[in-house]
Design a binder for this molecule. Structure first.
Ligand SMILES: Nc1ncnc2c1ncn2[C@@H]1O[C@H](COP(=O)(O)OP(=O)(O)OP(=O)(O)O)[C@@H](O)[C@H]1O
Ligand SMILES: [Mg+2]
Length: 318
């Protein structure tokens, strides 16, 4: 698919005011746009079509400080599901481990670190096309991660907080090319995840059915509270995902109850427990491409339900 030209960053205005954190938060559309980049209506926050094109991408940050809960697996399979539904999806690998990159394009790749490291907003324009790769198996585009480079940039981020705007500029640059931008975050609530928060319209929390996940919820909620203070806005939390979920398992119910108790998650979506995800990863394909068993199909049904919840985040242009 030929790519639309990148929107120039030179002198670009903020595409959203502010990213992720909107004063007039309206469920399903926390995004307000800047009138001087062609917003046609900001009256009630539900119409955000820009002059000359459809409303831009919805950017999501997929987070949890705990490792191995299923963030990447869910992100890339959600991306593939959205692509199957005809949506244009960009996966941005923000984790130095580069699992999303390896899964979708087969090997570590430059990309995210370079976005964070470029010298100026203008510079990204020339670089971006070369940094976006296409995954045929998943039907999505990917900005990849490479362990050494991204680790290095994480250190740079802590010493130069202005780099935090780089993901915002990335989203501005590709806004009209994609329907969804999914940031797969590392298992830490440090600078890389924080940088992503500036650029995302919504945050999605991923947990697994475990006592550790329940214990970690407090830390997550404190992180979100800290962000509220940092940026003086309340983050838009789209919902929570419980991965590896066998609905009969008591821990699934306990984790759901724990999430509900926080009052922070408009929806909670489970993703069925199946080794199929691991098999699909081994074959460098999404689950949908290898699904044959009943358990696979149950997981695909859940992914489909999740994708439809994500579709609801698209601002109405009616
Ligand atoms: N729904 C599921 N059913 C069964 N296994 C799953 C499911 N989702 C993820 N897994 C498995 O859990 C393991 C960890 O998944 P994944 O790498 O996606 O987690 P992560 O949260 O991204 O980890 P990290 O924090 O290290 O980035 C993988 O082996 C993956 O196949
Ligand atoms: Mg991961």
């Amino acid at each position: 698919m030929p790519l639309a030209p990148l929107r120039g960053l030179k002198g670009a205005k903020s595409r959203r005011i502010p990213p992720l954190f909107a004063h007039d938060r309206i469920r399903g559309d926390s995004r307000l746009r800047n009138q001087d980049i062609g917003v046609t209506s900001l009256d009630n926050g539900t119409k955000t079509e820009e002059a000359g094109g459809p409303a831009g991408a919805v950017a999501l940050a997929i987070i949890n400080q705990k490792g191995g809960v299923g963030k990447t697996t869910t992100t890339i399979n959600l991306a593939a599901t959205l692509a199957q539904l005809g949506k244009r999806v960009l996966v941005v690998d923000v984790d130095p481990q580069g699992t999303a990159t390896t899964a979708t394009i087969g090997k570590a790749a430059e990309g995210t670190a370079e976005i964070l490291g470029y010298g100026s907003a203008e510079e990204v324009q020339g670089l971006l096309s070369a940094l976006i790769r296409h995954s045929g198996a998943y039907g999505v585009d990917v900005i990849g991660a490479d362990f050494d480079r991204l680790n290095h940039q994480e250190i740079a981020l802590t010493s130069s907080p202005m780099l935090m705007v780089r993901f915002v500029e990335l989203v501005e640059a590709v806004d009209t090319r994609y329907d969804f931008i999914l940031f797969d975050c590392p298992p830490a609530l440090r600078s890389l995840t924080t940088a992503t928060m500036y650029a995302a319209d919504h945050v999605v929390v991923v947990v697994e059915p475990s006592k550790e996940s329940i214990d970690g919820l407090g830390k997550l909620i404190r992180f979100l509270g800290g962000l509220t203070k940092l940026l003086q806005r309340e983050p838009s939390v789209a919902g929570a995902i419980i991965t590896k979920a066998d609905p009969r398992e008591v821990l699934v119910r306990d984790v759901r109850a724990g999430l509900e108790e926080t009052g922070r998650f408009p929806w909670i979506q489970t993703i069925y427990l199946t080794v199929g995800f691991k098999d699909a990863y081994t074959e460098s394909k999404p689950l949908a491409a290898i699904a044959k068993s009943h358990a696979h199909r149950l997981a695909l049904d859940d992914l489909n339900a999740l994708a439809h919840r994500i579709l609801e985040l698209v601002p109405s242009t009616a």
